[in-house]
Design a binder for this molecule. Structure first.
Ligand code: PHE
Length: 345
Protein backbone atom coordinates (compact mmCIF):
# COMPACT_ATOMS: atom_id res chain seq x y z
CA UNK A 1 0.00 0.00 0.00
CA UNK A 2 1.36 3.37 -0.96
CA UNK A 3 1.05 6.74 0.57
CA UNK A 4 -0.53 7.73 -2.71
CA UNK A 5 -3.50 5.37 -2.14
CA UNK A 6 -4.23 6.90 1.24
CA UNK A 7 -4.17 10.35 -0.29
CA UNK A 8 -6.62 9.16 -2.96
CA UNK A 9 -9.03 8.01 -0.26
CA UNK A 10 -9.05 11.46 1.32
CA UNK A 11 -9.59 13.08 -2.09
CA UNK A 12 -12.44 10.80 -3.03
CA UNK A 13 -14.19 11.51 0.30
CA UNK A 14 -13.83 15.26 -0.28
CA UNK A 15 -15.34 14.76 -3.71
CA UNK A 16 -18.25 12.61 -2.55
CA UNK A 17 -19.11 14.74 0.46
CA UNK A 18 -19.78 17.76 -1.75
CA UNK A 19 -23.03 16.28 -3.05
CA UNK A 20 -24.33 15.38 0.43
CA UNK A 21 -27.36 17.45 1.47
CA UNK A 22 -28.73 15.71 4.53
CA UNK A 23 -27.53 14.16 7.77
CA UNK A 24 -28.98 10.85 6.64
CA UNK A 25 -26.89 10.77 3.47
CA UNK A 26 -23.89 11.84 5.51
CA UNK A 27 -24.38 8.91 7.87
CA UNK A 28 -24.30 6.34 5.04
CA UNK A 29 -21.18 7.97 3.67
CA UNK A 30 -19.61 7.73 7.10
CA UNK A 31 -20.43 4.00 7.19
CA UNK A 32 -18.76 3.62 3.80
CA UNK A 33 -15.52 5.15 5.06
CA UNK A 34 -15.47 4.71 8.82
CA UNK A 35 -17.97 1.90 9.43
CA UNK A 36 -17.15 -1.56 10.74
CA UNK A 37 -16.67 -2.89 7.21
CA UNK A 38 -15.68 0.52 5.84
CA UNK A 39 -12.65 1.51 3.81
CA UNK A 40 -10.53 2.39 6.82
CA UNK A 41 -11.23 -0.85 8.65
CA UNK A 42 -10.54 -2.85 5.50
CA UNK A 43 -7.14 -1.20 5.30
CA UNK A 44 -6.45 -1.91 8.95
CA UNK A 45 -7.36 -5.58 8.58
CA UNK A 46 -4.79 -5.92 5.79
CA UNK A 47 -2.05 -4.63 8.13
CA UNK A 48 -1.66 -8.06 9.76
CA UNK A 49 -0.24 -9.39 6.50
CA UNK A 50 2.68 -6.93 6.58
CA UNK A 51 6.04 -7.39 8.22
CA UNK A 52 6.32 -5.78 11.64
CA UNK A 53 8.25 -2.62 10.68
CA UNK A 54 6.00 -1.81 7.76
CA UNK A 55 2.94 -2.64 9.81
CA UNK A 56 3.80 0.04 12.36
CA UNK A 57 4.49 2.67 9.73
CA UNK A 58 1.33 1.99 7.75
CA UNK A 59 -0.66 1.77 10.97
CA UNK A 60 0.40 5.31 11.84
CA UNK A 61 -0.53 6.57 8.36
CA UNK A 62 -3.94 4.95 8.50
CA UNK A 63 -4.61 6.48 11.90
CA UNK A 64 -3.69 9.89 10.59
CA UNK A 65 -5.99 9.43 7.64
CA UNK A 66 -8.78 8.28 9.94
CA UNK A 67 -8.48 11.42 12.03
CA UNK A 68 -8.60 13.58 8.93
CA UNK A 69 -11.71 11.80 7.67
CA UNK A 70 -13.38 12.18 11.05
CA UNK A 71 -12.77 15.92 11.00
CA UNK A 72 -14.07 16.22 7.43
CA UNK A 73 -17.26 14.43 8.50
CA UNK A 74 -17.72 16.54 11.59
CA UNK A 75 -17.35 19.87 9.82
CA UNK A 76 -19.81 18.73 7.15
CA UNK A 77 -22.19 17.73 9.93
CA UNK A 78 -21.91 21.19 11.52
CA UNK A 79 -22.54 22.80 8.17
CA UNK A 80 -25.65 20.72 7.50
CA UNK A 81 -27.07 21.38 10.97
CA UNK A 82 -26.56 25.10 10.60
CA UNK A 83 -28.27 25.35 7.25
CA UNK A 84 -31.18 23.22 8.46
CA UNK A 85 -31.65 25.66 11.37
CA UNK A 86 -31.71 28.59 8.99
CA UNK A 87 -34.27 26.81 6.86
CA UNK A 88 -36.47 26.32 9.90
CA UNK A 89 -37.10 30.07 10.33
CA UNK A 90 -40.58 30.47 8.86
CA UNK A 91 -40.97 33.18 6.25
CA UNK A 92 -44.54 33.68 5.15
CA UNK A 93 -44.15 35.80 2.05
CA UNK A 94 -47.92 36.12 1.71
CA UNK A 95 -48.24 38.12 4.95
CA UNK A 96 -48.48 41.91 4.71
CA UNK A 97 -45.32 43.74 5.78
CA UNK A 98 -44.97 45.89 8.88
CA UNK A 99 -46.61 49.21 8.12
CA UNK A 100 -44.22 52.12 8.36
CA UNK A 101 -46.06 55.31 9.20
CA UNK A 102 -44.58 58.08 7.12
CA UNK A 103 -44.64 61.66 8.29
CA UNK A 104 -46.42 64.27 6.24
CA UNK A 105 -45.84 67.90 5.47
CA UNK A 106 -47.78 70.15 7.85
CA UNK A 107 -50.73 71.87 6.11
CA UNK A 108 -49.22 75.30 6.83
CA UNK A 109 -45.91 74.31 5.28
CA UNK A 110 -47.80 72.86 2.34
CA UNK A 111 -49.50 76.20 1.73
CA UNK A 112 -46.21 78.09 2.24
CA UNK A 113 -44.50 75.82 -0.31
CA UNK A 114 -47.35 76.23 -2.77
CA UNK A 115 -47.37 80.02 -2.50
CA UNK A 116 -43.58 80.29 -2.68
CA UNK A 117 -43.64 78.05 -5.75
CA UNK A 118 -46.05 80.41 -7.54
CA UNK A 119 -43.77 83.39 -6.87
CA UNK A 120 -40.59 81.47 -7.67
CA UNK A 121 -42.07 80.72 -11.08
CA UNK A 122 -42.63 84.47 -11.52
CA UNK A 123 -38.94 85.08 -10.84
CA UNK A 124 -39.01 85.99 -7.15
CA UNK A 125 -36.38 84.60 -4.81
CA UNK A 126 -36.82 83.56 -1.17
CA UNK A 127 -35.27 85.39 1.79
CA UNK A 128 -35.66 84.83 5.51
CA UNK A 129 -35.07 86.95 8.58
CA UNK A 130 -34.82 86.37 12.34
CA UNK A 131 -37.89 86.14 14.57
CA UNK A 132 -36.16 88.29 17.19
CA UNK A 133 -35.88 91.73 15.58
CA UNK A 134 -34.72 95.21 16.41
CA UNK A 135 -37.26 97.92 17.04
CA UNK A 136 -35.74 99.75 14.07
CA UNK A 137 -36.32 96.99 11.51
CA UNK A 138 -39.79 96.14 12.79
CA UNK A 139 -41.02 99.73 13.07
CA UNK A 140 -38.81 102.78 12.53
CA UNK A 141 -37.19 101.68 9.26
CA UNK A 142 -40.66 100.91 7.95
CA UNK A 143 -41.78 104.47 8.67
CA UNK A 144 -43.80 103.37 11.68
CA UNK A 145 -43.15 106.19 14.14
CA UNK A 146 -42.72 105.10 17.76
CA UNK A 147 -45.51 107.49 18.80
CA UNK A 148 -47.67 106.77 15.80
CA UNK A 149 -51.03 105.22 16.70
CA UNK A 150 -50.53 102.61 13.97
CA UNK A 151 -48.00 101.01 16.33
CA UNK A 152 -50.99 99.68 18.26
CA UNK A 153 -52.10 97.74 15.20
CA UNK A 154 -48.87 95.80 15.34
CA UNK A 155 -49.18 95.08 19.04
CA UNK A 156 -45.88 93.59 20.03
CA UNK A 157 -44.03 91.26 22.40
CA UNK A 158 -41.06 93.28 23.64
CA UNK A 159 -38.05 91.61 25.15
CA UNK A 160 -38.05 93.49 28.41
CA UNK A 161 -34.62 92.54 29.70
CA UNK A 162 -32.73 95.80 29.18
CA UNK A 163 -29.44 93.89 29.08
CA UNK A 164 -30.66 92.18 25.92
CA UNK A 165 -30.16 94.86 23.31
CA UNK A 166 -28.66 94.95 19.86
CA UNK A 167 -26.55 98.04 19.09
CA UNK A 168 -28.39 99.83 21.89
CA UNK A 169 -31.76 99.01 20.39
CA UNK A 170 -34.71 97.30 21.99
CA UNK A 171 -35.37 93.78 20.80
CA UNK A 172 -38.80 92.28 20.15
CA UNK A 173 -40.52 89.32 18.54
CA UNK A 174 -41.27 90.58 15.05
CA UNK A 175 -44.95 91.41 14.61
CA UNK A 176 -44.83 91.02 10.83
CA UNK A 177 -42.43 89.85 8.11
CA UNK A 178 -42.00 93.40 6.73
CA UNK A 179 -38.71 94.00 8.66
CA UNK A 180 -37.10 91.60 6.19
CA UNK A 181 -37.77 94.29 3.53
CA UNK A 182 -35.36 96.55 5.44
CA UNK A 183 -32.77 93.80 5.87
CA UNK A 184 -32.80 92.73 2.22
CA UNK A 185 -32.88 96.25 0.77
CA UNK A 186 -29.94 97.30 2.97
CA UNK A 187 -27.97 94.28 1.85
CA UNK A 188 -28.73 94.22 -1.87
CA UNK A 189 -29.24 96.56 -4.78
CA UNK A 190 -32.31 96.71 -7.03
CA UNK A 191 -33.77 95.17 -9.11
CA UNK A 192 -35.19 92.97 -6.36
CA UNK A 193 -38.08 90.53 -6.33
CA UNK A 194 -38.22 88.69 -3.01
CA UNK A 195 -40.66 86.67 -0.95
CA UNK A 196 -40.25 86.05 2.76
CA UNK A 197 -42.10 83.26 4.55
CA UNK A 198 -41.88 83.12 8.33
CA UNK A 199 -43.33 83.21 11.84
CA UNK A 200 -44.62 86.40 13.43
CA UNK A 201 -45.88 87.13 16.96
CA UNK A 202 -48.60 89.33 18.44
CA UNK A 203 -49.97 89.24 21.99
CA UNK A 204 -53.50 88.31 20.95
CA UNK A 205 -55.79 86.23 23.13
CA UNK A 206 -56.15 82.79 21.59
CA UNK A 207 -59.48 81.95 19.98
CA UNK A 208 -60.75 80.26 16.81
CA UNK A 209 -59.22 82.92 14.59
CA UNK A 210 -56.33 84.31 16.69
CA UNK A 211 -53.02 82.90 17.80
CA UNK A 212 -50.07 84.67 19.47
CA UNK A 213 -47.86 83.12 16.79
CA UNK A 214 -48.79 82.79 13.14
CA UNK A 215 -47.17 82.80 9.71
CA UNK A 216 -46.92 85.43 7.01
CA UNK A 217 -45.49 85.65 3.54
CA UNK A 218 -44.11 89.02 2.61
CA UNK A 219 -43.38 89.91 -0.97
CA UNK A 220 -41.72 92.95 -2.49
CA UNK A 221 -40.32 94.10 -5.77
CA UNK A 222 -38.08 97.10 -6.42
CA UNK A 223 -37.00 98.40 -9.82
CA UNK A 224 -37.35 101.41 -12.08
CA UNK A 225 -40.90 102.32 -13.13
CA UNK A 226 -42.76 99.77 -11.05
CA UNK A 227 -46.46 100.64 -11.17
CA UNK A 228 -49.53 99.81 -9.12
CA UNK A 229 -50.76 97.79 -12.10
CA UNK A 230 -47.67 95.56 -11.71
CA UNK A 231 -48.77 94.87 -8.14
CA UNK A 232 -52.31 94.11 -9.28
CA UNK A 233 -51.16 91.80 -12.06
CA UNK A 234 -48.77 89.92 -9.77
CA UNK A 235 -51.36 89.40 -7.02
CA UNK A 236 -54.07 88.44 -9.48
CA UNK A 237 -51.85 85.74 -10.97
CA UNK A 238 -51.05 84.51 -7.46
CA UNK A 239 -54.75 84.32 -6.51
CA UNK A 240 -55.66 82.43 -9.68
CA UNK A 241 -52.89 79.88 -9.07
CA UNK A 242 -53.85 79.30 -5.45
CA UNK A 243 -57.65 79.60 -5.51
CA UNK A 244 -58.53 78.74 -9.11
CA UNK A 245 -58.86 80.64 -12.35
CA UNK A 246 -62.42 81.90 -11.73
CA UNK A 247 -61.39 83.90 -8.67
CA UNK A 248 -62.19 87.63 -8.62
CA UNK A 249 -60.13 90.20 -6.78
CA UNK A 250 -60.75 93.69 -5.44
CA UNK A 251 -58.53 96.35 -3.92
CA UNK A 252 -59.92 98.53 -1.12
CA UNK A 253 -58.05 101.71 -0.11
CA UNK A 254 -56.30 101.26 3.22
CA UNK A 255 -53.43 102.68 5.26
CA UNK A 256 -50.04 101.20 6.04
CA UNK A 257 -47.18 103.54 7.07
CA UNK A 258 -44.71 101.69 4.81
CA UNK A 259 -46.76 101.77 1.60
CA UNK A 260 -48.42 104.62 -0.25
CA UNK A 261 -50.94 104.18 -1.73
CA UNK A 262 -51.99 101.13 0.30
CA UNK A 263 -54.78 98.64 -0.16
CA UNK A 264 -56.45 95.71 1.45
CA UNK A 265 -57.01 92.97 -1.08
CA UNK A 266 -60.06 90.72 -1.15
CA UNK A 267 -60.87 87.65 -3.22
CA UNK A 268 -64.38 86.57 -4.13
CA UNK A 269 -65.62 84.11 -1.51
CA UNK A 270 -64.37 80.66 -2.48
CA UNK A 271 -67.24 79.00 -0.62
CA UNK A 272 -70.26 80.83 -2.09
CA UNK A 273 -68.53 82.29 -5.17
CA UNK A 274 -69.54 85.80 -4.11
CA UNK A 275 -73.21 85.19 -3.34
CA UNK A 276 -72.78 85.64 0.41
CA UNK A 277 -72.46 82.95 3.07
CA UNK A 278 -71.43 82.50 6.71
CA UNK A 279 -67.71 82.26 5.82
CA UNK A 280 -67.67 85.68 4.12
CA UNK A 281 -70.28 87.02 6.56
CA UNK A 282 -72.69 87.62 3.64
CA UNK A 283 -70.25 90.03 1.99
CA UNK A 284 -69.21 87.77 -0.88
CA UNK A 285 -65.58 88.84 -0.36
CA UNK A 286 -62.73 87.56 1.79
CA UNK A 287 -59.84 89.75 2.86
CA UNK A 288 -56.57 87.94 2.22
CA UNK A 289 -53.72 90.45 2.27
CA UNK A 290 -52.37 93.97 2.66
CA UNK A 291 -50.37 95.65 -0.08
CA UNK A 292 -49.21 98.89 -1.61
CA UNK A 293 -46.42 100.86 -3.29
CA UNK A 294 -43.32 101.08 -1.08
CA UNK A 295 -43.26 104.44 0.73
CA UNK A 296 -40.45 106.82 -0.38
CA UNK A 297 -39.36 107.18 3.25
CA UNK A 298 -38.70 103.44 3.45
CA UNK A 299 -36.43 103.76 0.41
CA UNK A 300 -34.58 106.64 2.05
CA UNK A 301 -34.20 104.63 5.27
CA UNK A 302 -32.34 101.87 3.42
CA UNK A 303 -30.25 104.29 1.33
CA UNK A 304 -32.22 104.01 -1.93
CA UNK A 305 -33.15 107.08 -3.95
CA UNK A 306 -36.96 107.20 -4.32
CA UNK A 307 -36.65 109.51 -7.33
CA UNK A 308 -35.16 106.73 -9.44
CA UNK A 309 -36.83 103.72 -7.91
CA UNK A 310 -40.28 102.42 -7.17
CA UNK A 311 -41.63 99.18 -5.86
CA UNK A 312 -44.53 97.30 -4.40
CA UNK A 313 -44.94 95.18 -1.27
CA UNK A 314 -47.57 92.86 0.09
CA UNK A 315 -48.06 90.69 3.13
CA UNK A 316 -50.46 87.86 3.77
CA UNK A 317 -51.37 85.61 6.68
CA UNK A 318 -50.80 81.94 5.91
CA UNK A 319 -53.20 80.47 8.45
CA UNK A 320 -56.08 82.45 7.01
CA UNK A 321 -55.31 81.31 3.48
CA UNK A 322 -54.89 77.69 4.59
CA UNK A 323 -58.20 77.87 6.49
CA UNK A 324 -60.01 79.21 3.42
CA UNK A 325 -58.36 76.75 1.08
CA UNK A 326 -59.11 73.65 3.19
CA UNK A 327 -62.30 74.80 4.90
CA UNK A 328 -60.77 74.81 8.41
CA UNK A 329 -62.76 76.79 10.97
CA UNK A 330 -60.36 76.92 13.93
CA UNK A 331 -56.77 78.21 13.80
CA UNK A 332 -55.85 76.24 16.93
CA UNK A 333 -56.06 72.99 14.95
CA UNK A 334 -52.79 73.91 13.21
CA UNK A 335 -50.83 74.00 16.46
CA UNK A 336 -52.27 71.20 18.58
CA UNK A 337 -50.42 68.35 16.84
CA UNK A 338 -53.56 66.22 16.74
CA UNK A 339 -52.84 63.46 14.22
CA UNK A 340 -56.54 63.06 13.42
CA UNK A 341 -56.35 66.54 11.96
CA UNK A 342 -52.85 66.45 10.48
CA UNK A 343 -53.31 63.10 8.74
CA UNK A 344 -55.97 64.59 6.48
CA UNK A 345 -53.45 66.57 4.44
N1 PHE B 1 -47.00 93.99 7.31
C1 PHE B 1 -48.41 94.14 7.10
C2 PHE B 1 -49.16 93.37 8.20
O1 PHE B 1 -48.57 92.63 8.93
C3 PHE B 1 -48.86 93.63 5.76
C4 PHE B 1 -48.28 94.41 4.62
C5 PHE B 1 -47.08 94.05 4.06
C6 PHE B 1 -48.95 95.50 4.09
C7 PHE B 1 -46.55 94.75 3.00
C8 PHE B 1 -48.45 96.21 3.02
C9 PHE B 1 -47.25 95.84 2.49
O2 PHE B 1 -50.33 93.50 8.33
Amino acid sequence: MHNFDLFQIEKSLEQEIKSINSLKELESLRVKYLGRKGIINQLTSKLALLPLEERRLQGQRINLLKEKLISIFSSKEDQLKLSSEIKLVPVEVGLPGIIQSLGKIHPLNKVIEEICDVFLRMGFSIAEGPEIETEYNNFTGLNIDLEHPSRDVFDTFYIEDQNLKFKNQNLLLRSHTSPVQIRVMKERKPPLAVIVPGKVYRPDAIDASHSFMFHQIEGFLVDKDVKFSDLKGTLYLFAKEIFGKDIKMRFRPHFFPFTEPSAEVDISCIICKGKGCYVCKRKGWLEILGAGMIHPQVFRNVGYNPIHLSGFAFGMGIERIAMLKYGIDDIRLFFENDLRFLEQF
